[in-house]
Write a protein that binds this ligand. Structure first.
Ligand code: PLP
Length: 405
């Protein structure tokens, strides 16, 4: 097994080194276009149900060859033993939580997480009497103090949405280990850039919808972890993934696998462009949050964790001062073809939205204020623009027109 603590491990090499000889010798694996699978011997079917037959497929809600190949590619990238793909990021997140937690259990979670995850923990899990303490992830004492006997996991995002706070994965892992609970990390904002397993995370989750697929044509998710955990997730008797059924279609997993091959090139370009704009707009006097800026409070922490060649990521925020200004700016930037007023991230064009009124609108206004999420914040997912100086000039004109600059 690989030593996942080796910081020199290079995730992009793992993707490059994947080698396929398809069913007919194709350079791309054949797509498994079947919901169910035949058995030549009845005994093998029973063994497969009991999880004892190697390499056999049973039914596509459990596993399909295409989903297996995509999962193995993602496990290679994240240096985990294996992985299980899901039909969406939320499908991955919710099945992990419901697999680990029983009724009455408790979760310690970062308070700045994806709006859907927040809503699930805050509004849905109480149905099962599962409670969540939402804590400032950068305050390690408070995180540890929130852990009780009922706590079953620490949950966080490497780079939080939308405030871009950085979770200290090494320190959080130490706390989790001390209390005998897993550290579950959503790495959607920083694929290739951060490898949580190298720093002691137990389970890494992605929404494939964003950077990993990169073409905004589908939603998808993955859970990367140990054989034991992934098998438990897929158990026909009590596995959350198997029984809740958030399964991905084979046609989609085949297309995501192909897009993964250019992920390293895309991440470098997203990061290059975002850093360029963040630096220029900060110099112009705007309030910019970007982990690659020295003014970012966790800039040094980020540098102690990242795979440097992929930079600081493609997401930055700019404070337009008020929601009205933010809206005016976003509408003008869309009219000038600088990108789309849309949620999501990781697209070839820049996407922008005001998180307070969109992706984080599940978080009540007073809580938004408490966490420093002001309603004038515009979140940018910077695109793959080849001429970023041209983009900067055009964006700057928009900011001047609406008097943000
Ligand atoms: C989008 C997103 C999710 C949810 O993923 P879906 O594919 O939309 O279900 C979870 N976490 C983060 C950080 C996200 O950005």
């Amino acid at each position: 097994m690989v030593d996942t603590k080796d910081m020199a491990l290079k995730p992009a090499n793992e993707i490059q080194d994947l080698q396929y000889f398809g069913e007919f010798g194709g350079v791309n694996p054949s797509i498994s276009d079947s919901a169910t699978y035949t058995f030549l011997a009845a005994k093998t079917m029973l063994d497969t149900f009991e999880g004892q037959a190697e390499g056999c497929y049973l039914y596509s809600r459990h596993t399909s060859p295409s989903n297996m190949l995509l999962g193995e590619a993602l496990a290679a990238m994240e240096f985990t033993e294996t992985a299980n793909v899901a039909g969406s990021g939320m499908g991955a997140i919710t099945s992990v939580i419901l697999q680990i937690c029983d009724a009455g259990d408790h979760i310690v979670s970062s308070r700045t997480i994806y709006g859907g995850t927040y809503a699930f923990a805050k509004n849905f899990l109480p149905k099962f009497n599962i409670k969540t303490s939402f804590v400032d992830i950068t305050n390690l004492e408070k995180i540890e103090a929130a852990i009780t006997e009922k706590t079953k996991m620490i949950y966080c995002e490497c780079v939080s949405n939308p405030l871009l706070e950085i979770a200290d994965i090494r320190a959080l892992s130490k706390i989790a280990k001390k209390h005998g609970i897993p550290l579950v990390v959503d790495n959607t904002f920083s694929p290739l850039i951060i490898t949580p397993q190298k720093m002691g995370a137990d389970i890494t989750i992605h929404s494939l919808t964003k950077f990993i697929n990169g073409t905004n044509d589908t939603v998808g998710g993955v859970v990367c972890g140990t054989h034991d955990f992934i098998n438990a997730l897929k158990s026909v008797n009590d596995g959350a993934a198997m029984l809740l059924g958030p399964v991905m279609d084979s046609l989609r997993s085949a297309s995501i696998l192909k897009n993964m091959r250019t992920l390293h090139i895309r991440m470098k370009q997203h990061s290059h462009n975002a850093k360029y704009l963040a630096e220029r707009f900060e110099k112009d006097g705007l309030t910019v949050v970007y982990p690659g800026l020295e003014s970012h409070k966790d800039h040094e922490l980020f540098k102690s964790m990242y795979n440097a060649e992929f930079g600081f990521g493609g997401i930055m925020t700019v404070d337009a001062g008020s929601l009205e200004k933010a809206n005016e700016l976003m509408e003008l930037m869309q009219a000038k073809n600088l990108g789309y007023l849309a949620v999501s991230l990781g697209f070839y064009k820049t996407l922008f939205s005001a998180p307070g009124s969109s992706t984080s609108s599940e978080i009540p206004e007073d809580e938004q204020a408490a966490m420093g999420l002001s309603d004038g914040i515009v979140r940018f997912s910077i695109g793959l623009d080849n001429d970023i100086e041209r983009t900067y000039q055009s964006m700057k004109k928009c900011m001047e027109t609406v008097h943000v600059l």
